[in-house]
Design a protein around this ligand. Structure first.
Ligand code: ADP
Ligand code: MG
Length: 289
């Protein structure tokens, strides 16, 4: 990097602005404080987890970060630039993408067609309407597009199902397709809303593995809201814990695990439960095998 003559204002390693950052975010709904002075940063190629009990304010913070909700006070930054007042579309154009807790797929389009469409949303907008009106448009794809879609199919392990219609896909596959579709738009930061929601233990592990490889292969940063605390602690670089709108802890998974406030408010019970459930599931699988 240092040899490039044109490298403009190359940031010193470790000093670059976070990809996405919330500073002092407060959200009030009438008398209710859903987020209170919350700070959170997602660095380049980091996996950051956001956990907390129901009603803690996770979705609210997500909405603030993605631009769906304007905070009562506080700011949101992307790569050091204040985006607090900008629309979700503008943030998407700057490299922010998200997935939803319940995948919203087109039932008759195949897995591959979803990816082609998402790729064209970013790279060939003019084709989208002709594609939607005439599915044969999907057949004539330029080489770069084919390559990119192949890469996504491979890295999200969708090869075996790429020609199947989205209708009837198991939830685990639908979730992977949703992640692939978000990646087709080549984001720099991906917000994931409960990626393990509704999945069984095996599917959850598969999604976790894929997400880790996605960070490695696509250079993307991830911020995920999750109720599966063990999943988050096992795969994140940093974890933030919300409780009643307040961030009660934030740090490495090891730090968060040790935090007495976290254990008291939340993790003490939650850590034990999934471990037991997993052991039970393993025994069950062993018995079936
Ligand atoms: P979480 O996602 O952690 O379960 P939410 O961010 O959805 O929590 O909610 C935080 C709090 O804010 C809850 O008490 C919820 O009832 C309240 N809340 C969320 N959205 C609204 C809204 N649009 N209007 C009023 N209250 C809301
Ligand atoms: Mg929520």
């Amino acid at each position: 990097m240092s040899t490039a003559l044109h490298a403009p204002q190359a940031a010193t390693p470790g000093t670059e602005a976070p990809r996405l950052e919330a500073r002092g975010v407060t959200v009030r709904f009438g008398g209710l404080v859903a987020n209170k002075d919350v700070d959170l940063a997602v660095g380049s190629q980091q996996i950051v987890g956001l956990v907390g009990p129901n009603g803690a304010g996770k979705s609210t913070l997500f909405a603030v970060l993605s631009g769906l909700l304007r905070p009562t006070s506080g700011r949101v930054f992307m790569d050091g630039e204040d985006v607090t007042g900008t629309s979700p579309q503008k943030r998407a154009a700057r490299g922010l993408a998200r997935t939803f807790q319940h995948p919203e797929l087109f039932s008759s389009l195949s897995v591959r067609e979803h990816l082609v469409l998402a790729y064209r949303m970013k790279n060939a907008k003019s084709r989208i309407w002709t594609d939607l009106l005439n599915f044969r448009g999907f057949a004539s794809s330029p080489k770069a597009e084919d390559q990119r879609v192949d890469e996504l199919v491979e890295s999200l392990q969708l090869g075996a199902i790429q020609h199947r219609p989205a209708a009837g896909l198991p939830l685990g596959s639908a979730r992977l397709l949703e992640i692939a579709r978000a990646l087709a738009r080549e984001p720099r930061v991906l917000l994931l809303d409960e990626p393990s929601s509704g999945l069984d233990v095996r599917e959850t592990e598969e999604v976790a593995e894929v997400l880790k490889s996605v960070v490695r292969d696509h250079g993307v940063s991830l911020l995920m809201v999750e109720h599966d605390v063990e999943l988050v602690l096992g795969m994140s670089d940093a974890v933030h814990v919300l409780d009643f709108g307040v961030k009660i802890a934030g740090g490495t998974p090891a730090e968060v695990r040790r935090d007495p406030a976290v254990r008291a408010a939340y993790l003490g019970e939650e850590i034990e439960k999934p471990a037991v459930q997993r052991a039970e599931a393993e025994i069950e699988q062993g018995e079936l095998a």
